[in-house]
Design a protein around this ligand. Structure first.
Ligand code: LMR
Length: 331
């Protein structure tokens, strides 16, 4: 009898371990139909494929699991395993070097950006998350931000006195102040309503967010300023990640590698498609600033680089300037 019970228990244990499936909850705040949303789905599919179903990645889009203000602490607590927050979200966590990504006009294009995100400087930045219990796996692109409002935004004076929603970043606060605007920090999921009800006058976004959050319904003007970058770091709870069996972690690393190539391939295209859709909607007037107008904005925002240098750290900033060739003192 005793032997039978032991035998049955052993069978059950084997059965359980054969069927054991690791669940990774991957939460993010944007629509599924965006560069980040699509890359998250791609990763989930690849992870299932490469681990032969041993890992199931559940993707929660559009702040359906956590809002952007709640994501990070939930990851640290382990109630969610994977996130891809925008790089601006690491400053409030205390890793201020990441705010270098928020500096206005830091990058002119993806090529300059990739010198940081795909190189040693970007990799070193990710390791700074480890004391916070976070492991950084990759950088995923979104794109360059443009300003929107209900009134035209052509000249620097047009920003004066307007309330702009920004992410929680001291650098972005200074960016808005540098043109006489009033920064208003707010969770991403609340932006549409805030624009609709006039709680804020405008905001800044890559076009993929502007389109998929339907901001074009409640903003009459979009000025293609491309004045700053918004992209992501894919991160995991370090304890969870380190605790995975090495073979599974290796397969997930491979899935992440492939998802990163995919993410960075589609980012520009997704933003271009979104712009086309905004134009087609006929609800927002899309304006391309002249060279002079864009330069005036760049000059107005240049002091942000000087003012916020100590906060981010001169060493990090110099590494960025070296990669991009940008020199705020030469404007
Ligand atoms: C934002 O809050 O504007 C962004 O972080 C949203 C995003 O793209 O994740």
């Amino acid at each position: 009898m005793k032997l039978k019970i032991v035998f049955a228990a052993a069978l059950l244990a084997v059965g359980l371990s054969v069927n054991a499936q690791t669940i990774i909850k991957f939460s993010h705040v944007v629509a599924a139909d965006t560069p980040k949303g699509k890359a998250a789905e791609f990763f989930a599919k690849k992870a299932a494929e490469l681990t032969k179903g041993k890992v199931k990645v559940e993707v929660y889009a559009n702040s359906s699991l956590y809002k952007d203000g709640e994501e990070m602490s939930s990851l640290q607590l382990g109630s969610v395993q994977m996130l891809a927050p925008s790089l601006a979200k690491f400053g409030p966590l205390g890793v201020k070097e990441f705010e270098a990504f928020d500096f206005p006009f830091m990058f002119d294009n993806y090529t300059e950006l990739h010198k940081i995100t795909q190189g040693p400087v970007g990799a070193a930045l990710l390791t700074k998350l480890e004391p916070k219990g976070i492991k950084g796996l990759a950088y995923w692109d979104n794109g360059f931000k443009s300003f929107s409002a209900n009134t035209p935004l052509k000249n620097v004076a047009d920003y004066k006195g307007k309330k702009f929603r920004i992410q929680s970043s001291k650098v972005l606060e200074e960016e808005i102040r540098s043109v006489g605007g009033i920064p208003q920090v707010m969770a991403f999921s609340e932006v549409y309503q805030a624009l609709q009800t006039g709680v804020v006058d405008g905001t800044e976004n890559p076009i993929s967010n502007f389109y998929t959050q339907k901001m074009y319904e409640v903003q009459k003007h979009l000025s293609l300023t491309n004045h700053g970058y918004l992209g992501y770091a894919v991160i995991v709870n370090k304890k969870f990640w380190d605790g995975l069996p090495a073979d599974i972690r290796g397969e997930l690393d491979q899935a992440m590698k492939e998802a990163t190539v995919y993410a960075n391939q589609i980012a520009q295209e997704e933003n271009d498609k979104a712009l086309e859709a905004v134009r087609k909607s006929g609800k927002t007037e899309v304006y391309t600033p002249t060279k002079e107008e864009r330069m005036a904005l760049k000059k107005a925002m240049a002091p942000v680089h000087i003012k916020m240098a100590d906060r981010v750290g001169k060493e990090t900033l110099q590494q960025f300037y070296q990669a991009t060739g940008f020199d705020p003192t030469k404007l």
